[in-house]
Design a binder for this molecule. Structure first.
Ligand code: PAF
Length: 280
């Protein structure tokens, strides 16, 4: 499995596959790989003939006070994991390759980027939309796969691809969880032993809200109780726990359409997010 670092090399390799009539899948990542990422590679591989995985810690989706510097980087280990999962090519560009001097364009997906994560990390979703639009245009894949773990990110990417007429099928891969329910995340590496023991409470809180919504109970009260429960369990702050329309992410008071319970909460300096689907 080759690693390429320039857009020109990436395009050349993909063009060669295209002349053979092969279908191409793209799996964008920032590295720090875990089973969740590898399941996305396998999903892309089941739908296409050749899989390009990307490794790029995207600076534009981090605020200055966030963990851009500490974000796990181990290209050798990640390369082996990608190869084992069936990737054919890794695109690992430098920051200068992706954002050369004079780069001034930012892609903003209005509305759906303004709620939930948008309220707490206003730079994040525009940074994601910008880098993902670039990766899609650079590689022009048939299929691109993103994890449902970052559910709002997936919704933003779907809206962007629709609005910009980018000819690609966006596929969402299921969240992979540890025993106990903690969603796998590169940032779980930051958790100490005590925090690791508390962290699954976020998923339990989402499940309790989903149960209350299905039972027709007061969703606002259920979210408030779940917030109190997280603080009692050892979380230091809850950014949000909400029931939302699964397509538009509009907040719901009752379960009257396919929905998602989404949450973000802090364990000390570590921010965890998670979400689950819930149907009427
Ligand atoms: O989900 C991620 O790892 C990142 O947000 C993505 C989609 C690779 C863009 O940098």
């Amino acid at each position: 499995m080759a690693i390429v670092r320039t857009i020109a090399d990436l395009r050349q390799r993909i063009a060669a596959w295209r002349t053979q009539g092969l279908r191409v899948g793209l799996v964008p990542t920032m590295g720090g790989l875990h089973e969740g990422h590898l399941s996305l590679v396998r999903l892309a591989s089941s739908k296409t003939d050749r899989v390009v995985a990307t490794l790029f810690v995207n600076p534009t989706q981090f605020a200055p006070n966030e963990d851009f510097e500490q974000y796990p980087r181990d290209e050798e280990a990640d390369g082996k994991l990608f190869a084992g999962a069936g990737a054919h090519l890794v695109f690992a560009p430098s920051i200068e390759e992706m954002y050369p001097e004079g780069h001034v364009t930012r892609v903003v997906v209005n509305g759906i980027s303004d709620v939930l994560e948008g309220e707490f990390r206003p730079h994040f979703l525009a940074g994601v939309a910008t880098v993902v639009s670039k990766l899609l245009i650079q590689s022009l894949p048939d299929v691109a796969v993103f994890g449902k773990k970052d559910y709002q990110q997936l919704c933003v990417i779907r809206a962007m691809v629709r609005d910009l007429d980018i000819p690609v099928e966006i596929v969402g891969g299921e969240t992979v969880r540890e025993d106990g329910g903690l969603a796998m995340s590169s940032r779980n590496l930051y958790l100490d032993e005590n925090q690791r023991a508390v962290a699954p409470a976020l998923n339990s809180a989402l499940n309790r809200i989903a149960e209350a919504a299905r039972a027709g109970a007061d969703v606002t009260a259920a979210c408030r109780e779940a917030t109190d429960g997280l603080i009692a369990a050892g979380f230091t702050k809850v950014d949000y726990l909400e029931l939302c329309n699964s397509e538009t992410l509009e907040r719901l008071e009752k379960l009257d359409c396919p929905a998602r319970v989404l949450g973000a909460a802090w364990l000390g300096k570590i921010r965890l997010i998670d979400n689950i689907g819930v149907f009427p």
